[in-house]
Write a protein of this length. Structure first.
Length: 481
């Protein structure tokens, strides 16, 4: 075993993990670049209801303020969570506001149910406090251990497919289709287009994404150090003459965003409004609504995090003899604290992100990777305009490449016993087909309990596994998401 070379190595142990400072820094940069889109999309999502005419709280001025406030809050929330992963959990994972949960926050809790941005933050904060408590007493860790081995094994390839469709969609290769749900972008649409300017951006995005994947594949095959980062840079440059990479005027002023952050986002949770009894409702109705919302946020966040941690840990070789992620308890606590802290700085649920796998694929193995990512998130308050130049078509190939690596783990799935094979299959396919890691784990657990019960194998159903499966059934029955 190699001995640490300096204080940094002694703290993070990258030499022991077979890594180096250069590799860890490049891996952290890779994770950050793959995640940078969150800094743009999260403010768009959370402020969007205020721009929709007819919504009871619609207000164009407040929309702009919340956008600015959430941008700063997103940078800070991602920094807090990822920094905790670095110095507390010492794992190479990144945390940021979760896509899906922010859409639920904006379009279900706010737009459909009529709550304000400040009231919805209360639900996120409560779910974070709940996570801190159950993580501290070991319940979340116990839930991880209660997940059947067949489902644990299936999580990594499931995330591989999920992250692949994320990449293909963001890169413009896969598009929506009314008849088939998804389809390949029509590369020949230029032939019959009345307005080329309307179709060429989509075609060029898709082409650039494929080029980027080929570049990364070539560099990795040639064992080029920093292959992923080099691939992103080269793809971004190639995108300039193609019209995909847009280099516009850069505005580095942060005065207004910071002012709006303190005005509308920092410590602005509206507890009184969230628990106020609305017309036609009782106190019980109000409390039950809040409880259901907290459970919805909590279940999805919990299993998004657990699924990502298990999948990424296996990919990094950071699992014990039982298939559980090393330092799982600390990673889950970091997730819990960052969720509560994220609400206090004005952002939706902060969770361990599936894009962490991109840094792991680049060689990241310790908390130095996440420390690099965390510091870049903090710097984004000023440097975001530079990062925004990198097009999605340049980062999407990284996700597809990671999907290739993670899907290779499907060989470990036991397809010999149908009571194990079907839950594993559901875990794998429900992730990409429902666009949710949590749904994949949930349907894996539900089918596991059903099949084991129907075949008389009751002893193979762990009590906590059954309880979680029933909670998911209740959530699906009573709360849309």
């Amino acid at each position: 075993m190699s001995k640490p070379k300096n204080a940094l190595d002694s703290f993070f142990g990258y030499t022991e993990r077979g890594s180096s400072i250069k590799t860890e820094l490049l891996a952290g940069l890779t994770t950050y670049i793959a995640l940078a889109y969150i800094l743009i999309l999260n403010p768009l999502y959370l402020s969007d209801p205020y721009a929709i005419e007819g919504w009871v709280h619609a207000d164009p001025v407040m929309h702009d303020k919340i956008y600015n406030g959430v941008f700063i809050g997103t940078c800070l929330g991602a920094f807090i969570g990822t920094f905790l992963c670095a110095v507390y959990a010492k794992v190479p994972y990144a945390q940021a506001p979760g896509m899906g949960l922010n859409a639920f926050f904006a379009y279900t809790v706010c737009l459909s149910m009529g709550y304000t941005y400040h009231q919805a933050l209360v639900v996120v904060f409560i779910s974070g406090i709940l996570f801190i408590v159950i993580s501290a007493v070991g319940i979340r860790e116990a839930i991880v251990k209660a997940i059947p081995d067949s489902i644990k094994t299936a999580i990594t390839p499931g995330i591989g497919l999920f992250i692949t469709i994320l990449g293909l969609k963001s890169g413009g290769v896969v598009v929506g289709n009314d008849a088939t749900l998804v389809a390949l972008v029509d590369f020949a649409s230029w032939r019959n287009a009345e307005d080329l300017s309307a179709v060429m951006p989509g075609i060029m995005n898709g082409i650039l994404c494929v080029i980027g994947l080929a570049i990364i594949g070539f560099l990795v095959a040639k064992n080029i150090n920093g292959a992923v980062v080099i691939g992103i840079v080269l793809t971004t440059i190639i995108g300039i003459p193609m019209g995909v990479t847009q280099i516009g005027n850069l505005n580095f002023s942060i005065v207004q965003p910071v002012k709006d952050f303190f005005e509308v986002s920092f410590l602005k949770l509206d507890f009184a409004g969230m628990f106020a009894v609305q017309d036609g409702k009782t106190v019980v109705d109000t409390i039950m609504t809040v409880v259901l919302l907290v459970i919805s946020f909590s279940l999805v966040n919990m299993f998004d995090s657990i699924g990502t941690l298990l999948g990424a840990a296996k990919q990094a070789g950071m699992v014990d003899e039982n298939g559980n992620a090393i330092r799982m308890k600390e990673a889950l606590m970091a997730d819990a604290i960052s969720t509560a802290a994220g609400a206090l700085v004005g952002t939706s649920t902060v969770t361990t992100t599936v894009e962490s796998a991109s840094g792991i694929a680049a060689g990241g193995r310790t908390g130095l990777t996440s420390l690099t990512t965390a510091l870049l998130f903090l710097a984004s308050i000023v440097l975001a305009p530079i990062v925004s130049i990198i097009p999605a078509a340049a980062t999407a190939p990284v996700l597809v490449y990671v999907g290739v690596l993670m899907l290779s783990n499907v060989k470990d799935v036991d397809f010999g016993d149908m009571t194990n094979a079907i839950p594993a299959f559901c875990t794998i396919v429900f992730m990409p087909f429902t666009y949710s890691i949590a749904n994949g784990v949930a349907f894996g657990l539900i089918t596991h309990c059903l099949l084991k019960a129907l075949t008389g194998k009751f002893k193979e159903i762990k009590p906590l596994c059954l309880i979680v499966a029933l909670m998911f059934l209740a959530r699906y029955a009573f709360m849309s998401m």
